[in-house]
Design a protein around this ligand. Structure first.
Ligand SMILES: NC(=O)c1ccc[n+]([C@@H]2O[C@H](COP(=O)([O-])OP(=O)(O)OC[C@H]3O[C@@H](n4cnc5c(N)ncnc54)[C@H](OP(=O)(O)O)[C@@H]3O)[C@@H](O)[C@H]2O)c1
Length: 248
């Protein structure tokens, strides 16, 4: 059994706790969080001095707080990891052995996830710690990747385009629908087909639309239909598409 202490109970902490609780190979002995919680399924502590001995300490708090928080831990020479896509491993305090345990998915407390299908990216300074993280990740997920901090940062950047920006474009589409009393659900099959086609064909081959076809009249008409902030987004994306497909 791998003994784990989870530090942070936000969106990711909540889902990690549930996944560890389901695993026969993990003993989630404590969860530290600042604020009080009504959840009675776990052993919560609110005082850092009450942390007990474990094999792995997982810091799942806001990126900007990780470095300072790791220095507040009052123990040494233990394996301490963070869960961020964009924070370097060496931002963790050197008082402990450092590592990363980054699940590549979007987590919200009110949306269930199947952890088995989530890729987990691990990194550690020592090979024996990498083995522990590999065992821990494999006990909750099917796909574990060993990436260094630079690769993880680049992966997180790719994920910002693929998830955050694409989702914002869904939001703009939803706004346009609302303004014109069109039910957003009419676009659900298109959302599903777009993501599935991007996987089966590759995003480059899956592309369609006025910018790919260089339909300049349609592009001009659509630009005129949009309010200013959305016009700018349309222009930037159209220009990127034109550069990709109509370069010659
Ligand atoms: N959510 C995702 O989709 C996702 C995916 C992969 C990786 N991650 C990574 O997971 C980490 C946590 O993200 P999240 O989405 O779970 O964040 P979140 O939902 O915003 O929760 C952040 C948690 O950090 C706690 N916290 C913040 N500063 C703290 C401090 N100084 N001391 C103690 N606790 C502190 C907050 O406590 P309070 O409630 O008391 O403020 C809260 O419980 C981040 O590094 C993020 O990059 C997140």
């Amino acid at each position: 059994m791998i003994k784990v202490v989870l530090l942070g109970f936000g969106n990711l902490g909540y889902h990690l706790a549930k996944a560890f609780q389901r695993s026969k190979n993990v003993n989630l002995i404590q969860i530290y969080c600042r604020s009080s919680v009504s959840n009675r399924s776990f052993n919560f502590i609110h005082d850092l001095s009450k942390i007990t001995s474990a094999d792995v300490y997982i810091i799942a708090i806001s990126d900007d707080e990780i470095a300072t928080f790791s220095k507040q831990l009052n123990f040494n020479n233990k394996l301490v990891v963070h869960t961020s896509g964009s924070v370097n491993i060496d931002e963790l305090s050197s008082a402990n052995f450092r590592g990363v345990f980054y699940p590549l998915q979007t987590f919200s407390k009110d949306k269930d996830v199947d952890f088995k299908k989530i890729p987990i990216c691990i990194e550690a300074e020592r090979s024996k710690d990498l083995d522990v993280l590999n065992k821990l990740a494999s006990s909750i997920a099917d796909n574990v990747y060993h990436l260094n901090s630079e690769q993880r940062k680049q992966l997180h950047l790719a994920a910002v385009f693929i998830n955050n920006f694409v989702n914002h474009l869904y939001f703009i589409g939803e706004e346009i629908c609302k303004q014109h009393e069109i039910p957003f659900e009419i676009l659900y099959p298109l959302i599903t087909e777009t993501s599935q086609k991007g996987i089966s064909l590759s995003p480059f081959l899956a592309q369609t639309g006025p910018a790919k076809r260089n339909d300049l009249t349609t592009i001009k008409k659509q630009l005129e239909m949009l309010p200013l902030p959305y016009q700018k987004i349309y222009e930037i994306l159209t220009s990127s598409l034109t550069n990709t497909y109509n370069n010659n």
